[in-house]
Structures are given as C-alpha cells and as structure tokens.
Design a protein around this ligand. Structure first.
Ligand code: NAD
Length: 331
C-alpha cells in the first residue's frame, strides 16, 4: 500500500476530492490515505492555515493529492498554495493539456505539456514603491533554477517519449534575465541530443499556439510566461474544469486541479470533478499505478464523450457525485 497525503481543501475541494478518492479506490489502486486538513477551516484550531503536521505528512509520504484552497482577498493569510510550493521547494509546475472528445474546445487533438518554473521570476515577491508615483518589481532569474526546470523538461520528455522541447522567453528585450534562461536552456539541451530543441519569443509563441498548436510538444518557461501560456493551453482543450497539474520538487510531488475553490458552488454538488480526477491520474502514473491510471483516464474520457452524465459546464445536468458514479460504472 502506498501512503498518500490527501488534502480535501475548502470551497468545492472536499466534494471533488471525495469523487476522486472513490474513483481511485474503485479502480483498485493500492493506496492508503493520510487525510490532512488545511485552509481557513483549521485557522482557529492551529493558528495557521498550513499547520506544520500537514507539511510533515507530505515530507514523509513524498506524494500528496490536494483539492483547491481559498485565499481570502485583502485580509488574513497569504496563499497556502504558494506557501506549500515554497516550503517544499516544488520548483516545477507541470500542466499537461490534452483534448478530450466531448468537451467544447477550439481544437480536437491537442497534446501539449507546459513545464513552468515555480519559484522565481516576477513571483519572487521583490517589489517596492520607489516613490509615491513609481513602483518597481524585480524579475529574478538564476542559472540554478533555470537549469533544474530545463533539465526536468528534458528528463520528462525522454521518460514520456516526447519528441521536442521549446524554450519560451523574451531574450531579445530582457537580455540579462531571459538571456540567462535561454542560455541555460541551450546548455542543458546539449545533454539530450535525442530530443529536438528550439526556442520561441513569448509573444510569437502565444500567436502560434492559437494558430498551429499541433507543431508543439513540451514547452519550458520562466514563471510568469508559464502562468499565462499554461492558461492559454488550458483554453485550447476546454478550460479550467478539465485541467490537472503537478507541483514537483526533489522527491516530492503535489497533484491538484488547475482551478480554484469556486466558493460560490460550495456544497452544491455542482462542479466538474474532471480536473481533480485527472490530477489523481497524474499521481497514479507517478507512483507506478499505470493500470489504474489508464483505466480511470479511459473511463473519464468515455463518460465525457457520451455526454449523458456530465456537469453543467460540459452541457449536462449531472452533479459532481453523479458524474463520479458514472465514471465508476464505466470502470
Ligand atoms: P476558480 O477557479 O475557483 O473559479 C472560477 C470560476 O470557474 C468558478 O466560479 C466556476 O464558474 C468555474 N469553475 C472553476 N472550477 C470549476 C469546475 N471544477 N467545474 C465547473 N466550473 C468550475 O477561481 P477564483 O474564483 O478566481 O478563485 C476562488 C478561490 O480559489 C480563490 O480564493 C483563489 O485564491 C483560490 N485558488 C486556489 C487554487 C489552488 O488551490 N491551487 C488555484 C486557483 C485559485
């Protein structure tokens, strides 16, 4: 039995995580859950939304499956999702974008993988008001962080049988920061002669992904471009409801849907569990439960293709748990 930290999260998190848990168990995966609560709900009890024992559980189990967690605007704590990534040094955000038949989307056969640097760039939080009318944010790029994310992209490509890595940047203008990222990507690429390598300037990349996404395969990007381009790729396959992600560090991986906690739908048994379930599929793939992973993927794809028992965003009338039941029936 593989022990997995399971974080239900808040908002719609507990509903979609429950759907995902039931499906993983029905598929016969050999996992044991170590359920850990985090978020606004535990503030009163532990004085923090991210108690140390939650982090300890992830460090011990090395793998976590989490639901979305709300970040209150303006008051209270900083994002738990960002804190998790920083505390555990989860330096890669991996987002596959793959078409599912039956989901309304501009293209039918997309299969892209976005590898986003997760720790630095304009997200390092180095900002100040220079004077009352001038603000400054520092774009921090290091060789170390660039090298490890690029190396991850190539190792992933080799392992998963992908053919090409495209590094995305704006090195024509940002000669130092993006220049360093590009130089590092080129150096890493020399260690992987079996994988094709190319680079694109980010604005051109955005246009090409809309016009001819099929010529791309694995993209590796600094944090900000990765954030934006991965949402563009999610849009190519039908949006947030169907897009999973993995946050990856040295020996630790945390899997979650790309979307947030959709608070207005809390407890309504309404939202689409697919992104959470596909995060579970990524997790099963990672721990070597290949059979359960592909069975679940095929069952999800079949239920969506059929279109009878799907949630409102996919044009159906089923609730979260009914869609999960239909997937379990398919298994
Ligand atoms: P959101 O992704 O929660 O929801 C935006 C809208 O998208 C929803 O109102 C809903 O209409 C739709 N939607 C989202 N998920 C759906 C699903 N599974 N099925 C059907 N429709 C779905 O974004 P938001 O409203 O900007 O954020 C809400 C909260 O979530 C915020 O506190 C934010 O900080 C947090 N958040 C958490 C994570 C995370 O846990 N990793 C990620 C993003 C946002």
């Amino acid at each position: 039995m593989r022990r997995i930290t399971l974080i239900p999260g808040d908002g719609v998190g507990p509903e979609i995580v429950e759907a995902c848990r039931r499906i993983i168990e029905a598929a016969g995966a050999s996992v044991e859950w170590d359920v850990q609560e985090a978020g606004a709900g535990v503030m009163e009890k532990y004085g923090t939304p991210l108690p140390a024992h939650v982090l300890d559980s992830i460090r011990a189990n090395k793998v976590a499956l989490k639901g979305p967690i709300t970040t209150p605007v303006g008051s209270g704590f900083r994002s738990i999702n960002v804190a998790l990534r920083q505390e555990l040094d989860l330096y890669v955000n991996l987002r596959p974008a793959r078409s599912l038949e039956g989901v309304r989307a501009p293209y039918k056969d997309i299969d892209l993988v976005v590898v986003r640097e997760n720790t630095e760039d304009l997200y390092a939080g180095i900002e100040r008001m220079v004077d009352e009318d001038t603000a400054e944010s520092v774009k921090l790029i290091t060789r170390r962080a660039s090298e490890r994310v690029c190396r991850f992209a190539f190792e992933y490509s080799r392992r998963e049988g992908r053919r090409k890595v495209t590094a995305v940047h704006k090195a024509n203008i940002l000669k130092f920061s993006d220049g360093l990222f590009l130089e590092t990507a080129r150096a890493v690429a020399r260690d992987y002669p079996d994988i094709e390598f190319e680079d694109r300037i980010v604005d051109n990349m955005a246009m090409q992904l809309v016009q001819k996404p099929h010529i791309y395969d694995v993209l590796v990007l600094p944090n900000l471009y990765g954030d934006i381009i991965s949402d563009l790729c999610a849009g190519l396959v039908g949006g947030l409801g169907v897009t999973p992600s993995a946050n990856i560090g040295e020996g630790i991986q945390v899997f979650e849907p790309v979307h947030g906690s959709a608070p207005k739908y809390t407890g309504m048994n309404k939202v689409n569990p697919t992104a959470q379930i596909l995060a579970g599929v990524l997790m099963l793939h990672h721990i070597g439960e290949e059979k359960a992973a592909s069975r679940i993927y095929e069952a999800v794809a079949a239920v969506i293709r059929e279109g009878k028992t799907v949630t409102y965003d996919l044009g159906g009338e089923a609730g979260t748990s009914q869609m999960a039941d239909a997937i379990i029936d398919r298994l």
